[in-house]
Design a protein around this ligand. Structure first.
Ligand SMILES: Cc1ncc(COP(=O)(O)O)c(C=O)c1O
Length: 386
């Protein structure tokens, strides 16, 4: 038997309460009980998003909601700015180009943050810009962009700010309304603690005005149709929703409410700090800035002389621990610990211990226990339950 641990930044482990909810008998999506569940999920998501804006729910992976945030906003030939800091920033570039936008690409070295001053400059040079696309947590590198600063800049212009918060929402503080995020995309399978399959968008009034002017063809992802059905007297989705995942999301939101959003963020801060300190104590360099708010993913450089492709494979096949490798051009160069969602102190210790063993097997000079010990010293100080 191989005991398995899912220590990746999506999918993430699902709490037992949520698994139990998933096993409930399927209810009909036109029944009053489903309306209650949808209403509760939307209210719960507004709590997590810290928004009073509309929140739409789709049965889709996160990329589906990203695509919806292009087809509902951008007409062919419209100017958009994409600030890309990694693999998922490249996805914004591909999507906006695919749908015919004129894209001003601000491309940053992977492992660095987008510079708000560049966005300000690009907006001044292209006053016709309709939307600015950016990631909150760039999962491929662990970097978290300064959305508050970017939001302040975009809010002063007619453009709207579209943020992919798929791996950040519910892990790191993101004040959708206060920071001027007009469209915020999320997915169920990260810090929201549900299996993959649900995607969300929060849409501001400023963004709705843009949606109204959008002529791009769309059907399943039509936000106007979704809003109409979801905000009617008996809230429903236009098409058959992922009923069981919605029931599960409701249970997961209950757990987030019980813990309290501030404690959820604080738990992630301590887990992130413990992971980073553990890695550093092993003499491994972090990939990207040592940022106290970057708490969904810890990205680590593969030490010289170690075959990067083998780290995650050995951890998975010999020790049952799923870690994440590098994506795109970082393949083989970094490995990543995920710690967004249903993660606690013990997960960090398991992951760190296995990384010590794996690196030693791959020829790295490991001081056994150094990473685990450093993580333990951080975790013991946490004022919140981990
Ligand atoms: C930041 C970010 N954006 C987009 C995606 C794509 O989401 P999905 O794989 O659910 O389509 C992911 C998934 O890893 C992500 O982490």
């Amino acid at each position: 038997m191989l005991k398995r641990f899912l220590l990746t930044p999506g999918p993430t482990p699902v709490p037992p309460e949520v698994l139990a909810a998933l096993s409930e008998p399927v209810i009909h999506h036109r029944a009053p009980r489903f309306t209650e569940i949808l209403t509760e999920v939307v209210a719960g998501l507004k709590y997590v998003y810290q928004t009073a804006n509309d929140v739409l729910v789709f049965a889709a992976s996160g990329t589906g909601a990203m695509e919806s945030a292009v087809v509902n906003l951008v007409n062919p030939g419209d100017a958009v700015i994409v600030a890309s800091v990694g693999n998922f920033g490249e996805r914004w570039l591909k999507l906006t180009r695919q749908w015919g936008a004129e894209v001003v690409a601000l491309e940053y070295e992977w492992g660095t943050k987008a510079d708000p001053a560049d966005i300000e400059r690009a907006l001044a040079e292209h006053p016709e810009t309709k939307a600015v696309y950016v990631q909150f947590s760039e999962t491929s590198t662990g970097v978290v962009n300064d959305i508050r600063a970017i939001g302040e800049i975009v809010a002063k212009t007619p453009a709207i700010l579209v943020v992919d918060a798929i791996s950040g929402l519910g892990a790191t503080d993101l004040k959708t309304d206060e920071w001027g995020v007009d469209v915020c995309v999320a997915g169920s399978q990260k810090a929201l603690m549900v299996p993959p399959g649900l995607a969300y968008v929060a849409v501001s009034e400023k963004a709705w005005a843009v949606v109204e002017a959008a002529t791009q063809p769309r059907f399943y992802f039509d936000w106007v149709a979704a809003r109409k059905k979801m905000t009617g007297d008996s809230a429903q989705t236009p098409y058959t929703p992922a009923v069981s995942l919605m029931v599960a999301q409701n249970a997961a939101i209950g757990l987030i409410r019980d813990e309290g959003l501030e404690c959820v963020f604080e738990r992630h801060r301590w887990l992130g700090k413990a992971c980073k300190e553990g890695v550093k104590a092993l003499g491994i360099e972090l990939f990207g800035p040592d940022d106290p708010e970057a708490n969904s993913v810890t990205a680590c450089k593969v030490p010289a002389g170690v075959d990067g492709g083998k780290i995650t494979k050995l951890a998975r096949d010999k020790y049952g621990v799923w870690l994440a490798g590098g994506q795109g051009k970082l393949k083989g160069q970094i490995f990543r610990f995920g710690h967004c969602g249903y993660f606690g102190a013990s997960d960090i210790l398991v992951g760190m211990g296995v990384v010590e063993m794996v690196l030693a097997e791959l020829g790295y000079d490991v001081a056994f226990g150094a990473g685990v010990g450093a993580a333990e010293r951080v975790l013991m100080k946490s004022p919140v339950q981990l």
